[in-house]
Design a binder for this molecule. Sequence first.
Ligand SMILES: [Zn+2]
Length: 356
Amino acid sequence: MRACITYHEKFQQYDLGVNHPFRGDRFVKAKAFFDQKGLSRSRDVLFVEPKPAGREDLLEVHTERYINHIYELAEKGGYYDVDTPVSKRILEGALYIIGGVIDAGRRVIHGEAEKAVALGGGFHHAGVGYGGGFCLFNDIAILVNRLRRLRLVKRVLILDYDVHFGNGTSDIFYSDGDVLFISLHQDPRTIYPGRGFLHEVGSGAGEGLNVNVPLPMRTGEKAYMYALNEVFPPLAREFRPDMIIANGGSDAHFADHLGSLGLTARGFFEISRVINSVSEDVCGGRAILLIGSGYNIEVLPYCWYALALGLIKPDSPPEEIEDFFKPLPDPWRNIERVKRIVDGLKDIMSKYWSCF
Ligand SMILES: [Zn+2]
């Protein structure tokens, strides 16, 4: 099987409220768009309904104390922080999404699918003992630790292309010598969570394995792709991971309501196409894409579809992918600043990597 996509109707229970940017209908609308485009009928793609994750899965990363806190909060209903409400329904939705991420990883590692897309995944703001920023549990890290504990992988590369910095994932693996974390995100001085600077390089065994690429607001698509191509493929080739896990969604789109980068739907196709080709080069094609973010519901289904397609069918760029919002931003916007940032990063990282 070329690819599997995990989806369950319970995902929509991860709905953070009427006035919240993270609504449950985004999953339903994305899946409906995938159906409309024929992805569900494709012989190359298997849609999988995951089982929910359980406490033992959460314990791969999180402390018992933190897990209990979230379960208690869910029982009575409340807020973890001002942006992150918790209820029984929301918790159940989260567990189904995490179950999908684990299932996607398992299928790829056992060769049941060459590629996998886990819809809804990528809760990168959750750390070992904390949540926040719409996230309760870090599904990316849960998958990495599960596969490592079962000795199915040793080294993992995580590429985080979400517009926000993945502080939770970064913290979890900051001193881990077997996980390379690369994050492209909007300049932390201009967006939540206010971290993800060049000098945050990792520590101990993980020194040099935390690679941040902070990009100026409104960076255009070509400038973004320049940064991605200068950093991700050479590091992946040198690191030689057993698997690549990428997480993000559509919040780096230029019309997103929370982010301020300048990608179009086609840019997301290009990102996952690069992920696909690098995975073919370095780890036998083992790549998993977690797609969860995006806060403009009008562009979200297009962008999520473009992301999935770039991984599953990288040779067939979607003609029908369009952006409603015209005019499109200048694709080379900020290229000179981006070049300086990439040069600065290479300068810092040359201590740890021969490719730089
Ligand atoms: Zn985000």
